[in-house]
Design a protein around this ligand. Structure first.
Ligand code: HEM
Length: 263
């Protein structure tokens, strides 16, 4: 009961300024997770037959990391849930305060490329990222989708290994999952939309928390763009790259000059 009351106060309590501060803090904390997640994923690129990535995944799934990872998962769930709920409540409040919707569509900073999008655009992009995240967790965390898109000779083997939720996902499994047409498309769009969300979100979070300095504010704007591109494009590269990398089980490349035959 106390927990519920606490959650209620966290979302509805306080002024809308306080609520925006909580959106900013939860958003920045999630940015920290994104940086560490991207850094870990970069190991997928290492051409050492997956040794570095597989060791990293094994370490995350080891007994000593179990409690840390479980805590991080709960923390992320709370951060994401609170961030989204606060954004919903604030957008609804803004809409109610300006029923014509005119001011909602206006930017705070005029018509520059970095002009703040309306709050409802931030909400929409946040919901798209949420949808991407649901598919991502179904695939990578809960391993609930098989690899039916793979050639028949690898399907059974891959699905058996993948279904074992106690085993870390290997580099080969991760690449196979990323090759799924639905995954590729949704991840590409989801990650680019995440980048767009961050261009404004990152900058705005610091502003909300009171960062405003004639000399450093323009630098913060630039930093937000760089950060958003690194995160958005950085993650979006994986589902594209997965189609071009060779992994065990791939059909051997045809020798030069060979013509394709149909069985
Ligand atoms: C598109 C590139 C991405 C790849 C290749 C990727 C890969 C992975 C992998 C391999 C796992 C670990 C599954 C396991 O072993 O248990 C994972 C988990 C996760 N990913 Fe991603 N990810 C990507 C993008 C993202 C993005 C953009 C977000 C956030 C918006 C995200 C959020 C998460 C979360 C919350 C988890 C669960 C963490 C946990 O269970 O500890 N991922 N991802």
């Amino acid at each position: 009961m106390n927990g519920l009351k606490w959650l209620w106060t966290l979302i509805y309590g306080d002024s809308s300024i306080g609520r925006k501060a909580r959106i900013a803090i939860t958003g920045l904390l999630m940015c920290g997770f994104l940086v560490s997640h991207l850094a870990g994923n970069l190991l997928l690129f290492k051409g050492d037959d997956g040794e570095s990535y597989n060791n990293y995944a094994k370490f995350l799934h080891s007994g000593e990391m179990e409690a840390v990872v479980a805590g991080a998962e709960v923390g992320l769930l709370v951060l994401f849930g609170v961030h989204l709920l606060l954004a919903l409540v604030t957008t609804r409040e803004n809409t109610a305060a300006r029923p014509t919707g005119y001011a909602m569509k206006q930017s705070k900073q005029g018509d520059s490329m970095l002009a703040a999008p309306a709050y409802n655009v931030m909400l929409l992009t946040g919901v798209v990222v949420f949808a991407f995240l649901v598919l991502h967790l179904v695939d990578f965390r809960f391993r609930a989708r098989g690899s039916s898109h793979e050639p028949a000779h690898v399907v059974e083997k891959v699905d058996a290994a993948h279904a074992n939720k106690h085993q870390p996902i290997t580099r080969t499994d991760a690449i196979r999952l990323l090759r799924d047409p639905l995954t590729s498309g949704v991840y590409l769009v989801g990650c680019l939309v995440l980048g767009y969300h961050l261009v404004h979100g990152f900058y705005s979070a610091f502003q909300t928390l009171g960062f405003n300095h004639p000399r450093y504010t323009p630098k913060l704007r630039l930093l937000s763009i760089v950060f958003a591109i690194v995160i958005g494009v950085g993650f979006a590269i994986f589902p594209v790259w997965a189609h071009f990398v060779t992994i065990p089980g791939d059909a051997p490349a045809a020798p030069p000059g060979a013509t394709a035959t149909t069985p």
